[in-house]
Unconditional design. Sequence first.
Length: 224
Amino acid sequence: MLDILDEISPGRRLLPVLSHLVSGDDRKLSSRAALFIGRRVQSAEWAAKQLLHGDERVRASAIQSIWGLRSPTAVSLMEGAIDDPNNRVAGNAVLGLHIAEAQGVAEIVLNMARKAGPHFRSTAAWIMGRIANPEFAPELNRLLKDESSMVRSTALRALIEFRCYETKLQASMAERAAQLSEEEAAEQAKATEAEILEPEKVPEFVPVPIEVRLDGKHVSFAPT
């Protein structure tokens, strides 16, 4: 039902009705409700309150709900969430900082990829796939040999996402090039059409001085 409501009701009208679900007993439902409400509230202050929640799913959703915010409060909140003991919360914070174009995100991701816990290394590989920065390729290739099958699987998916991203980028560039060629052709067509439709120029009239002779009965004109 939350998924349906998320699609058909993008505004805030349902917040008073659904806000209690965040503190409910169902952990999965609380997490989805936190994301539903957080996306509509778009408040770093509200997200900060949810980070005090004991459920890591709610904390992760709270951070995800402020993706796109670039205020100092939001950036500071995400920077603090990097140290969360849960990998999902920390991962969402790092990706949120990347979206906010914060400095030093690449270094944070690489440090996470070298953590002892396999969940954090897997999350780091997931972030690399989402960011799709070619500079991460060597690190992902290293993670393909990780001792954890979960890390290896995530690194492989990230590299596949790299390939898909490159393919889409190349297609976009080709489309743009074709569009430019079409625009140039259109400009040439306009120029040709203008030449065809341009009315024939009339020779400029140059006045010729004349002399008028009167003999009482006739009037004659002769160039001077």
